[in-house]
Design a protein around this ligand. Structure first.
Ligand code: H2U
Ligand code: ZN
Length: 354
């Protein structure tokens, strides 16, 4: 029998955070690929777009006008998916077979910059720091609401991900229920802490640091306070996880130095992404912070996930279909190869290299 080799043989990897498996098929990368690795023409956008509902001074749905903002700008989502109104939980709200429960929340939109033509990768570090501050401030403010038990900060970037507007922006949905993904992570991190008395993600980071010292592993880039890596169990081709080096449970706890360093790691990571296919890399990214329901969450570590869909070129994306919808997620290129690909990218944005 051949010796089991992660770079050769089909295997399953365990996602520590979700408690779920991903199928890895490295041998499939040897199959012929005849597609072109095409480049898209460079995108050009004006610094101000009179038709953009996020640009300063422009009007939004419902006729409200944005102020002439000069850094970040937050407003309540005009089409919020959750509303703060209290709805009496009716007696007929469900049964064993038809379960439902009322839910509430506050949804906001955060413009990262007044400039319509920028992205996180192309913003200055000092302006990215303001985005970090706004994320922390919103988390603090919304988390303080008695009926808000979880604050989800995220960015959905690029038309491929369904983002409605290229103006640099993210969203914050704060909810009365702790959503499914953070609820899984609360369980897995809590169980690990109960068994080991240590934070699972910090132990995992030690393993990655050791692998990096041995000349391999999955770390993409790092600085004094943060590490960006392709997790061992990544599902999306270029998925990454951004981890702090110390125990932090939520964005408001970050010190000034940690916030500056976060701005740095965000800029460097998103620049590497954009450089892979010389395109503004689409992704969904977001922070997993400790719920704000006042409960104890032993073992919780603040972290961000980047889930980008691109696979082989600026236009060839991964689809989660077939076996993945019905069985479990699958990938061909092992996480190590994706990490090496991101690691070899320049930290100078391709648009600045021309
Ligand atoms: P996306 O690009 O990820 O779709 O985010 C844009 C958000 O902006 C979206 O949630 C909101 C949409 O509801 N929006 C407003 O609040 N006001 C508007 O005038 C248009 C869009
Ligand atoms: Zn705009």
């Amino acid at each position: 029998m051949e010796r089991f080799d992660l770079t050769e043989h089909a295997h399953r990897r365990f996602n520590l955070l979700t408690g779920e498996w991903v199928l890895v098929s490295p041998h499939r990368t040897k199959r012929p690929w005849q597609g072109q690795v095409e480049k898209l023409p460079p995108e050009t956008r004006p610094a101000y777009d009179p038709t953009c509902y996020l640009c300063p001074g422009n009007s939004r749905a419902g006729g409200v006008s944005n102020p002439q903002y000069t850094s970040t700008f937050v407003f309540d989502n005009d089409f919020a998916a959750l509303l703060p109104n209290d709805v009496a939980a009716g007696a007929g709200a469900g049964s064993d077979l038809l379960r439902a429960e009322p839910t509430r929340g506050i949804c906001r939109v955060l413009c990262f910059s007044p400039r319509h033509d920028l992205t996180l990768a192309e913003m200055e570090r000092e302006d990215l720091r303001k985005v970090v501050d706004a994320w922390a401030q919103q988390t603090e403010e919304l988390g303080r609401e008695p009926f808000i038990n979880y604050v989800q900060v995220f960015e959905n970037r690029g038309a491929m991900m369904g983002a409605s507007n290229p103006h640099p922006h993210g969203q914050i949905w704060s909810t009365s229920a702790v959503p499914v993904e953070p609820a899984k992570e609360a369980r897995t991190q809590g169980e690990y802490f109960a068994h080991h008395g240590r934070h699972m993600l910090l132990d995992y980071l030690r393993v990655e640091e050791e692998a990096a010292r041995a000349g391999g592993g999955r770390i993409v880039c790092d600085n004094a306070h943060w590490v960006a890596l392709v997790p061992f169990w990544a599902v999306w081709p270029f998925e990454t996880l951004v981890l702090p080096r110390r125990v932090v449970t939520a964005l408001p706890e970050l010190t000034g130095d940690e916030r500056d360093d976060l701005a740095d790691i965000l800029k460097r990571l998103t620049t590497r992404y954009d450089n892979v296919f010389e395109v503004s890399f689409p992704y969904s990214m977001g922070w997993h912070q400790q719920p704000t329901d006042g409960q104890e969450y032993p073992g919780w570590l603040l972290h961000a996930h980047f889930y980008p869909p691109l696979l082989r070129s600026a236009t060839v994306r991964k689809f989660m279909v077939g076996f993945e919808m019905l069985g479990e997620p699958q990938r061909d290129i092992p996480a190590e190869a994706a990490a090496a690909r991101l690691r070899e990218q320049s930290e100078v944005h391709y648009r600045a290299q021309r």
